[in-house]
Design a protein around this ligand. Structure first.
Ligand SMILES: [Zn+2]
Length: 128
């Protein structure tokens, strides 16, 4: 698989994972309230306000974590072909929260086109 196809699939898989994390939120809150017995989010009580803040934190964690987990699981089975060594070992490695570089897990090759995705436009140094 080429890097271009892999990038395209990552752009599809990541939002699907984020959506999966979002859909888990009602289940997590139901488990917290109905099964564990924590106070229900909302209301005027202090515990309701605290649970609302916890629910908001869980929301962002699930959405962001769902996207990252989906990409990690996708790359567990599907990697791009390295133009340097020819092995299917080129995977996306996140550098910042939402950006990453394509780095070969076999030879350390760093895809120079990934530099365009970097905030400062400079690719990280190649690790050999
Ligand atoms: Zn390689």
């Amino acid at each position: 698989m080429t890097i271009r196809k892999h990038k395209l699939l990552v752009r599809v898989v990541s939002p699907l994972g984020m959506m999966g994390g979002f859909l888990l939120l009602p289940f997590i809150l139901w488990v917290a309230v109905a099964v564990v017995g924590l106070p229900r989010p909302g209301g005027d009580s202090t515990s309701g306000v605290v649970m609302t803040l916890i629910a908001i934190a869980i929301f962002f964690t699930l959405v962001y974590g769902g996207g990252r987990l989906a990409v990690a699981l996708f790359q567990w089975r599907v990697l791009a072909e390295c133009p340097h060594c020819g092995l299917a070992a080129l995977g996306l490695r996140f550098v910042t929260v939402n950006r990453g570089t394509y780095r070969c897990r076999a030879c350390g090759y760093v895809d120079p086109t990934s530099a365009r995705d970097q905030p400062n436009g400079v690719a990280p140094t190649q690790a050999l």
